[in-house]
Design a protein around this ligand. Structure first.
Ligand code: NAD
Length: 299
């Protein structure tokens, strides 16, 4: 395999394109927004510069990597000659189903169609294509160039050949693949999101404060980041959406989101991206300051 396309050039898409290009693949990077493509190339260049400073790659590696990435706003043309497409567009079911219909119509019949979705059923996505056996989950972690894990998710119809190809490919990208079957949250978010939700319940019930909860998990469990800080990093709207997927998918009350999480999302407190979640985020400051609501203990 030498030619791939990455659909969606946001946070995940630019990282996925970066990793493929650095490993020698020719990459077609697609987005509906020209500005997203420009931003993606700038981010990839910045991340490659950081690797040069750390003496992990040379200037020549950087230009070769960038030289292997072509950008496009035309999905059908971009996927026409590739062996694999990794879809990393916005997490929205209808949007993804639509993209998969288009990719199925335009990509070569033997191409594999992968999705980086965090929570949408691979089986559901595969069912809108004429090649459900060639549809698979390839769930990279953020930031993609740094994080080693790729969760490979086998949909109901995914063939063993396609699964093995993607497992081998993830290893060629320098990642460690883990295989999971297609059930809500797969493995990563099925375990992570209930832990974050429980941390929010613990805060809401007044058992302990923001800093205390995060410190227990950092120092007591050797987590690099506490669950509330991690929730801010992921985005509280994303955490809530995944809670809902687990709740609906399993039909069990234990997956219901904390009312505090629901309230924070309704208030627009989405974590780092909105400037406030459990902590306050001031541009240029790296200090971890607890948001005023929680500093006052006023829930
Ligand atoms: P993002 O919002 O940063 O980027 C999404 C990009 O998709 C945007 O640039 C948008 O313009 C583009 N897009 C929208 N519609 C499109 C279309 N029809 N065709 C092509 N591009 C289109 O989102 P993200 O955080 O990069 O997430 C992308 C996917 O990766 C989602 O499925 C998400 O669940 C998954 N994911 C995200 C993370 C994370 O930490 N952010 C981690 C793992 C998986």
């Amino acid at each position: 395999m030498t030619n791939v396309a990455v659909v969606g050039a946001g946070t995940m898409g630019n990282g996925i394109a970066h990793v493929f290009a650095q490993c020698g693949f020719a990459v077609q990077l697609v987005d509906v927004r020209e500005a997203a493509l420009d931003d993606a190339l700038a981010t990839i260049a910045k991340n490659l510069d950081r690797m040069i400073r750390k003496e992990k790659i040379t200037e020549a590696d950087k230009s070769a990597t960038l030289g292997r990435i072509q950008t496009s706003t035309d999905l059908s043309t971009a996927v026409a000659g590739v062996e694999l497409v990794v879809e990393a567009a916005t997490e929205n079911v209808d949007l993804k189903l639509d993209i998969f219909r288009q990719m199925d119509a335009a990509a070569p019949a033997d191409a594999i169609l992968a999705t980086n979705t965090s929570s949408i059923s691979i089986t559901k996505i595969a069912a809108v294509t004429k090649r459900p056996g060639q549809v698979i989950g390839m769930h990279f972690m953020n930031p993609v160039p740094v994080m080693k894990l790729v969760e490979v998710i086998r949909g109901y119809a995914t063939t063993d050949t396609v699964t093995n190809t993607i497992m081998d490919l993830a290893a060629k990208l320098g990642k460690v693949p883990t295989l999971a079957n297609d059930y809500p949250g797969f493995v990563a978010n099925r375990i992570l999101i209930p832990m974050i939700n429980e941390a929010i319940h613990t805060l809401h019930e007044g058992v302990a404060g923001v800093k205390e909860i995060d410190t227990v998990m950092k120092l007591g469990m050797a987590h690099p980041m506490g669950p509330l800080q991690l929730a801010d990093f992921i985005g509280l709207d994303v955490c809530l959406a995944i809670c809902r997927v687990l709740q609906e998918g399993f039909g069990q009350g234990k997956y219901a989101p904390s009312p505090l999480l629901v309230n924070m999302v309704m208030a627009g407190k989405l974590g780092r991206k909105s400037g406030e979640g459990f902590y306050l985020y001031t541009p240029g400051s790296k200090d971890l300051v607890v948001a005023p609501t929680f500093a006052r203990g006023n829930l």
